[in-house]
Design a protein around this ligand. Structure first.
Ligand SMILES: O=C[C@H](O)[C@H](O)[C@H](O)COP(=O)(O)O
Length: 224
């Protein structure tokens, strides 16, 4: 079994009957959705809310019942991936461009479980370029402001075009190098008009589950 699948299947053990479940996005969350789909088929009764069109489509294919925020105001548990997780459970997310919906879902969740393979565990955030979701209007100006924060920035592209998020925005990938003070960076990013949100998920994760290539799985909580 691959390490992503190992971590994802461990996380799915936390799901119980009657829960509202947040479905993450990406190649690790994919395995969690597959495993939830198999449990639903076997009789598990849950309702789910997806963090992207891609995850929503997968959930529908697997017969997982979906709800929207008009019907619920709290999510019991969300299982999502990450691009980096440090030992304080601070995260960089958004490598797949889904960070905004992921953050909305994470902020509505009583428990956020992050599933990763061992390569995502870092001492300090910043090796992975920080994805920032930017409104198209004035985006060149917004990019300059991100640049002035000390990053090397470029718009993400896909198939030769600017990558568009599910929300119709662009992603600016920002290379800050080692991020010594994520809280301060978050504050600066939140103050740039045109920045919708960014991939720093600070003090949001309750548990990180890491899968290892030797078949092991480890759980890290806030207090480790
Ligand atoms: O926008 C995408 C998400 O934040 C993903 O959860 C993150 O990029 C990790 O994806 P993967 O599990 O494919 O490495």
């Amino acid at each position: 079994m691959n390490p992503k699948q190992i971590a994802a299947e461990k996380a799915v053990e936390y799901i119980q009957d009657n829960m509202i479940v947040g479905l993450g996005t990406g190649s690790t969350a994919y395995w969690a959705i597959q495993s939830i789909g198999a449990r639903v088929k076997a009789g598990l009764r849950i309702r789910a809310i997806a963090t992207s069109v891609e995850s929503q489509n997968l959930a529908q294919e697997l017969g997982i019942p979906l709800v929207s925020f008009t019907e619920i105001d709290e999510i019991d548990v969300t299982i999502d991936g990450a691009d980096e997780a440090d030992m304080n459970l601070q995260l960089i997310k958004g490598g797949g461009g889904a960070l905004l919906r992921e953050k909305i879902v994470a902020a509505a969740s009583r428990k956020l479980i992050i599933v990763v393979d061992e390569s995502k565990l870092v001492q300090q955030l910043g090796r992975f370029d920080l994805p920032v979701e930017v409104v198209p209007f004035g985006c060149e100006m917004t990019l300059r402001k991100l640049d002035r924060l000390g990053s090397t920035v470029h718009f993400r592209t896909a198939n030769g075009e600017r990558f568009l998020t599910d929300n119709g925005n662009y992603i600016a990938d920002c290379s800050f190098g080692r991020i010594d003070d994520p809280g301060q960076l978050q504050h600066h990013l939140n103050n740039i008009p045109g920045v919708v949100d960014h991939g720093l998920f600070l003090n949001m994760a309750d548990l990180v589950i890491a899968g290892y290539s030797d078949g092991n799985v480890k759980e890290f909580d806030r207090f480790n």
